[in-house]
Design a binder for this molecule. Structure first.
Ligand SMILES: [Fe+2]
Ligand SMILES: [Fe+2]
Length: 184
């Protein structure tokens, strides 16, 4: 402590940083339980990968039923989920962990499910359900991370904002689809 009462003095900070250089971005000021954070981040990673794959599948199937505009939306979401997965994997490595890309158990680690859907409306509904699950579990994660790991929290907040946009867009798509098209 220095005379401001809450900041460690610069020498102490530098000495501590040197002591644990092998820990990379994790300093002794890291307030979270790293194992728990890594587990949560790997679950979020699995969620993003499952969402990437589900949206990809929906893109190709929607194209087959001549819904190019909906298909394009699916592809855009798929690419954004892929971007989220990459950010989360990068953060896991920063924290000294290993991103789990193993297909074994991927759908169990994921919070959201991989549901193929039988028609266009089904696909949109399943995607909306998956987004809502992600929104809920990311909100919980953000609450857990709190001030203990502000960098991971900020990242998850940014991802959460995109999932909320996705959910909003899907809800709009559902409204726009006329009843007969739903039966394809
Ligand atoms: Fe995502
Ligand atoms: Fe999403």
């Amino acid at each position: 402590m220095n005379d401001t009462g809450f900041l460690s003095d610069i020498q102490t900070l530098r000495a501590r940083a040197r002591q644990h250089i092998e820990e990379g971005a994790v300093t002794s000021g890291y307030g979270a339980d790293r194992d728990t954070v890594l587990k949560l981040l790997n679950e979020a990673l699995a969620t993003e990968i499952v969402c990437t794959l589900r949206y990809r599948r929906h893109y190709f199937m929607a194209k087959g039923i001549h819904s190019q505009s909906v298909a394009d939306e699916f592809m855009e979401h798929s690419n954004e989920e892929q971007g989220h997965a990459d950010r989360i994997a990068e953060r896991i490595v920063q924290l000294g962990g290993e991103p789990n890309f193993s297909p074994d158990g991927m759908s169990t680690r994921s919070h959201a499910e991989y549901v193929e859907g039988t028609n266009l409306v089904d696909m949109i509904k399943e995607d909306l359900v998956a987004e809502r699950i992600a929104i809920e579990s990311y909100t919980e994660m953000i609450r857990y991370l709190g001030d203990k790991d502000p960098t991971s929290r900020r990242m998850m907040e940014e991802i959460l904002a995109v999932e909320e946009e996705h959910a909003d867009e899907l809800a709009d798509l559902l409204e726009d689809i006329p009843g007969d098209e739903a039966k394809h």
